[in-house]
Every structure is written in C-alpha cells, then in structure tokens.
Write a protein that binds this ligand. Structure first.
Ligand code: NAD
Length: 475
C-alpha cells in the first residue's frame, strides 16, 4: 500500500529517552481510499462466511497474538513507555478478547419471537454494518484495538484501523499477525495524523460505523463529522474517576490499591483514579501514608524490570501535568509529595504526586489530568461523598474500597459511572460491558453489549402459509 521512498514520514519516539526508534508513513486521502476500497471488496465474502468458520479464523488470530507476545510486548513498551509486564498483560487481554468474540459471534445470531398467528414466524437476525473504522489512542493501543476489531470482525465487518501517530508500531505488527490468519482486505492499517487521515476515514461514504477511543475533544469533532451521514458511532472518551475509601477500611489496606489505581501506566489510563476521597477523621493519616507509599516508587524505562512507573507519553504531556499541578498549588492546594519532573535524562518523567485540599472547582479536579497525580480530599458522611463522586461531567468508572455490603450497594446504585469497581479497581473483564456515562462516551465495548455495537438487528416477519387477509379487501 505504501511506497516508503515517496512518503513523508513521522518519527516514533521512546518516551523513556526521547530518541526516535522508527518512523511510519504520513498517510494521505489516497491511502484511505485504497484501504476502504479493499475492505468493501472483502466485505462481500466476509459477511457471508459461516459464523463457525469466522470463529476458527478469530481463534487463529488469538493464537497468533500469543505466539508473538514477546516481540509485540517489547515494541509496545518501547513506544508507549509502560512497564513490560503491563504490555504482556495487555496482549493477554487482547488474545482473550478474540477468543471470546469468536465464540459469542458463532452462537449469538438472533432469536425467535412469539408470532401473532400460528402460521407465521417472527425472528431477528444480526447483520454487519460494513467497513468499520477502528480509531485508537496511544495509552492501550492493542487492548483497545482488540476491543473493537474482534467484535467488528465477529459480526461480519471488515475493519480499517488508525492508531495514534505516537504509538503505531505495535499496531502495525499486530495487524500483520492478524492478517496472516484472515482473508485479504478484511484488516488494513493506516498511519498518520487524526485531523488528516482520520478525518478522511470518518467522512468516507463507504464507512458506515466509527469506533473511536480518545479524548472528549476528538469525540466531539468525530461526532459532528459523522452526523453529516448519520453514521453509527461508538465513542470511548475521557474520565475523572473517583475512588472512595469507606470508613471501615484501614490505611494499610487502602493505600496500595489507591496507588495502583492512580499510577498504573503513570496515571495514563482512561479509568485512572483522579480523585481520592477518605473519611475526614483519618484524612491526615491517609494523606501521609499515601505520600510515603508513592514517594519510594522507582521511575525508569519500561524495559527495566525494576521499574515501578514508566514515563509519560511525551514532554507535552509532562508540561500539561506540571501546569495543572502548579495551578492547583497557586490556588491553595498542599503539595504533599512529587510535583516535579524527575528520572532519566531525556525521558518524559514526572514524579508520583499527592495533593491535599485541592479546590473542587479547580481544573485539576474537573478536567482529565492523565498523569501520576492523586488529589486527596476528606468527606463527612456517605451522602456527602456520593455527591462529590457524582460532581463531574464524566462518568467512566468509579471505585469503592469497603467490606460493608450496605455501603457497596448504595455506591453501585447511586454513583453515575459505566463501571463500578468494588475492592478491585481497574480490573477489566472481557465478558462485561465497558463504557462511559455522561461525557465519557456513547455505547459499550466488551461483553455481548460490545458485539451489539457492531451489528444491526433485522426483524423478519413471515406468513408461511400466505393466506389472503381480510384487511387487504377493498369495499
Ligand atoms: P486523541 O483524542 O488525541 O486521539 C485518539 C485517536 O483519534 C488517535 O488515533 C488520533 O489519531 C485520532 N484522531 C484525532 N483527531 C481525529 C479526527 N479529527 N478524526 C479522526 N480521528 C482523529 O486521544 P489520545 O491522546 O490518543 O488518547 C488519550 C485519550 O483517550 C484520553 O482522553 C483518554 O481518557 C482516552 N481514552 C479513553 C478510553 C475509554 O475506554 N473510555 C480508553 C483509553 C483512552
């Protein structure tokens, strides 16, 4: 598809050093045309393939991912900065997602409906939309691609993939592995910038469905563009997730999961804990213990097995996080630990940071920070903390630490978030739906609900005998 000699190239950098590790072509509108037209050709046969055969091919992709896990994980760590163990876990989840949708897509094909007349049959059947754009961010490029690509393919759609220009390398290799198990044209990958190649893909007349994970701002742009042709949309966007520690939890029990939830991938998960609420009576004790726990974490390259936390994706991200922290401190917040650039020369590192008494109306408490920053606030009672948890335009996920079943029930009933984690924050389950309420998105990925995003339902009403009806007579 690409002739590397003729293309402008985009450097891909290792966030741990700032050095370029490779480059990829800067895609053009012609590349979009080419990929979509091959996908349209592939659709004609892919949609009609018996679901058992499709299942076999998708299981093949899963085993291909497992047999290339090592090289894929290393590439992912090099370009994203995340610790190697996290890249390995991402690939496990990607392979499991293909196995899951292979089986759900094989058996879940529609349902019989009670007819209005004994000589009639009513049933539904699921049909694919057609060429599906899978647009992914840089933080979990392969996991989030699998969450789109596996159900899209299982439902009979070919896909055209656009990874972030910051992390295209593992996606290119992943697609190479997948295409080895699939017919030509069913999967294509574009590289380039979202406002160029992404926009051309979103606007393309032969792309009826766009599945995007990214920021709220990108979601808004894509939604406006998709509206021109009333395209089907799945949007997984940002979050500002709260974590509440109930009064029954000790500091020792609560601090490690809080640190995990806030600092996994340096706080660059869509479901990162970005607001921590603890009982007022033990606020100072929690604050000091959390600061002590995170301040000894080792920062370093993801390839180093002793690294607890890797770099942010690039220096722009470090600047953005630093400016939000500085602004909060000027606004009266107490910097308990961190609040500074740190780590290996040339790398995009920022120290794990704990802030106390942050103004609830500040940017740090309202906008997604996407960095290793934990603002901690006290609450008076459970009514108070539920109101604070819900005081956000986002609603992606929310976490509670407690052994008190009554509080757990109140929390999952009253907090507005697409996922509620109780005592186990940030743990995905490929069989359960994932997605956001409020500004955090539209639709769901994973689970059977995630397959529904990629298929449309058709109702067939059939009078088997074909008798003439009274209503047809003229008077
Ligand atoms: P981003 O919005 O900058 O980019 C996401 C993707 O959209 C990239 O591939 C980009 O090339 C593409 N894009 C950008 N402009 C486009 C356009 N006009 N048309 C079509 N495509 C376009 O996001 P990012 O910085 O890569 O990722 C971080 C964001 O993703 C955060 O906001 C994070 O919360 C969110 N995220 C959400 C989830 C979730 O499941 N809800 C998961 C991970 C990340």
């Amino acid at each position: 598809m690409y002739d590397p000699r003729e293309r402008e190239r985009i450097d891909v950098r290792d966030p741990a050093t700032g050095n370029a590790i490779d480059d990829v072509p800067r895609g053009t509108v012609e590349d979009v045309e080419d990929a979509v037209s091959r996908a349209v050709d592939a659709f004609a046969t892919w949609r009609r393939l018996p679901t058992g055969e499709r299942a076999g091919l998708l299981h093949g992709v899963a085993s291909g991912i497992r047999s290339h896990q090592d090289s894929l994980a290393r590439l992912l760590t090099l370009e994203s900065g995340k610790p190697l163990r996290d890249s390995v876990a991402e690939l496990d989840l990607a392979a499991e997602t293909f196995d899951f949708y292979a089986e759900v897509g094989r058996t879940d094909v529609g349902r019989m409906i009670a007819p209005g007349d004994p000589d009639q049959i009513d049933f539904t059947r699921y049909e694919p939309y057609g060429v599906t754009a899978c647009i992914t961010p840089w933080n979990f490029p392969l996991q989030l691609l699998a969450w789109k690509m596996a159900p899209a393919l299982a439902a009979g759609n070919p896909v055209v993939v656009l990874p972030s220009p910051l992390t295209p390398l593992a996606t290119l290799k992943f697609a190479e592995v997948a295409t080895g198990h699939l017919p030509p044209g069913v999967v294509s990958v574009l590289t380039g910038f979202g406002p160029e190649v992404g926009e051309a893909l979103v606007l393309h007349r032969d792309v009826p469905h766009i599945a995007l994970t990214g920021s709220v701002q990108t979601g808004q742009v894509v939604m406006a563009q998709a509206a021109k042709r009333l395209k089907k949309l799945t949007l997984e966007l940002g979050g500002k997730d709260p974590l509440v520690v109930a009064p029954d939890m000790s500091v020792d029990e609560a601090v490690p999961p809080i640190a995990f939830a806030g600092l996994l991938h340096a706080g660059q998960c869509c479901t990162s804990t970005e607001r921590v609420y603890v009982p007022r009576a033990s606020f100072e004790e929690f604050t000091e213990a959390l600061a002590a726990f995170v301040s000894v974490m080792r920062l370093g390259p993801g390839m180093d097995s002793t690294t607890d936390m890797g770099p942010l994706i690039n220096n722009d991200a470090v600047d953005r996080v630093a400016s939000q922290v500085d602004e909060a401190v000027i606004g009266g917040a107490r910097l308990v630990t961190g609040g500074r650039r740190e780590g290996v020369e040339g790398g995009s590192f920022y120290a794990p940071t704990v802030l106390a008494h942050v103004d609830p109306s500040s940017r740090l408490m309202r906008e997604e920070i996407f960095g290793p920053v934990l603002p901690i606030s006290p609450y008076d009672d459970f009514d108070h903390v539920i109101a604070m948890a819900n005081d956000s335009e986002f609603g992606l996920a929310a976490s509670l630490l407690t052994r008190d079943a009554a509080l757990a029930k109140r929390f999952y009933e009253e907090v507005d978030a697409g996922t509620i984690y109780i005592n186990d924050p940030l743990t995905p389950n490929y069989a359960a739906p994932f997605g956001g309420m409020k500004s955090s998105g539209l639709g769901r990925e994973l689970g059977v609900e995630g397959l529904d995003q990629f298929r449309q339902v058709k109702h067939v009403h059939w009078d088997v005998v074909g008798r003439a009806k009274d209503a047809w007579r003229t008077s």
